[in-house]
Write a protein that binds this ligand. Structure first.
Ligand code: ADP
Ligand code: TRP
Length: 322
């Protein structure tokens, strides 16, 4: 049976783009697949960028609660926090002794980060070895990731093959499953929604704050009466990805006929978000008031994951002579 594994970044609050582009499809795949699946919150990776105890903890909680509120079934998928399986750090060390420094220096994501971040620490540099350990420690063979992670996957395959060649067959060589990112969700400024651009829509805000985010969406400045091209309007573009085909058709004709102002269109979008995500919002708010439930689910997941990790690590330790 194939094992599917993916790591979820927890450097910020999950946003509508993450939900529609990654979370919902990943949960549908995990819940409907017969394969074993592992989903973990990569909070050890987040430490490369976040040095605030409260923020790190809160981001991890928000990420976990978001996945659960979207219907992740912890009975079907092994759902846990990376830091609850410390074995992964030990494996990252072994792997780093089998991977050339010169190759790590070529990592695009490190170069990007080194050019843009103030804190360029060595954790950031050796990140691909921790990510390789994340994958190899569970004998995962299918790893769904965005295109930006492909090079990390190549490094994972490479380091596993180097280890296998030198020390004998030990690791399963994983395959990447690249997620399509051509139809990305736009943010309030019309660019790709991204937590680094402060253009996000966070559907788990309370009604008032959520409404404020929607009202921030950039629009043209045509008068109420004028006919408008819906495909050039950020409000309509967002409505289109969440509403039913019938409602999209109705709003489209209101745009083309004229007589709808941007304020009303935003109000319609806001109500649609409340409507479409009402169950998710309810279950998210319930989890926020029941943090122990999330904590216990993560610990249960980690217990299962850890057993698997310990088996693989035992194999590796014996190969290296420890
Ligand atoms: P961000 O760009 O906000 O930092 P991440 O890089 O953490 O987001 O992305 C996590 C997942 O969410 C990835 O699978 C990515 O493809 C998906 N994702 C992020 N932003 C969007 C978006 N605007 N539209 C669709 N999917 C997105
Ligand atoms: N680096 C990935 C990202 O930025 C997150 C991640 C960490 C991951 N470990 C992983 C993804 C292992 C897949 C497998 O999105």
């Amino acid at each position: 049976m194939a094992k599917i594994l993916t790591g979820i970044q927890s450097t910020g609050t999950p946003h509508l783009g993450n939900m529609l582009g990654a979370i919902i499809p990943a949960i549908e795949m995990a819940n409907s697949s017969k394969e074993e699946s592992y989903l973990f919150i990569a909070n050890m990776h987040s430490l490369t960028q976040i040095k605030d105890h409260t923020v790190l903890k809160e981001n991890t909680f928000l990420t976990a609660a978001t996945w659960l509120a979207f219907g992740l079934d912890p009975k079907k998928s092994c759902f846990f926090r990376q830091s609850d399986v410390p074995e992964v750090a030990e494996l990252a060390w072994y792997l780093s002794c089998f991977f050339p420094y010169q190759r790590l220096k070529l990592a695009h994501s490190f170069k990007d980060k080194a050019d843009n971040l103030k804190d360029v620490n060595s954790g950031l540099f050796s990140y691909p070895m921790l990510m390789s350990a994340d994958i190899l420690i569970y004998d995962a063979n299918i790893v769904p990731v965005g295109k930006d992670q492909l090079q990390h996957l190549e490094m994972t395959r490479d380091v596993a093959a180097r280890f296998n060649n030198l020390m004998g067959d030990t690791f399963v060589i994983p395959d990447a499953k690249i997620q399509d990112d051509t139809n990305y969700i736009i943010g309030t400024d019309g660019e790709k929604m991204s937590k680094s651009k402060s253009n996000i829509i966070d559907i788990f805000l309370d009604d008032k704050k959520l409404r404020k985010q929607i009202m921030k969406i950039k629009t043209q400045s045509l008068s109420l009466e004028e006919p408008k091209n819906p495909d050039q309007c950020n409000v309509f573009k967002l409505f289109k990805v969440i509403a039913s085909a019938e409602d999209v058709k109705k709003l489209r004709s209101r745009y083309t006929n004229g007589g709808i102002g941007y304020g009303e269109a935003k109000e319609i979008l806001y109500n649609e978000i409340l409507n479409r995500f009402s169950t998710n919002r309810e279950s998210f708010f319930e989890l926020t008031n029941n943090r122990d439930k999330v904590e216990n689910l993560l610990l249960e997941g980690a217990e299962k994951a850890r057993k698997q990790a310990q088996n693989v690590l035992k194999r590796v330790r014996s190969r290296v002579g420890f």
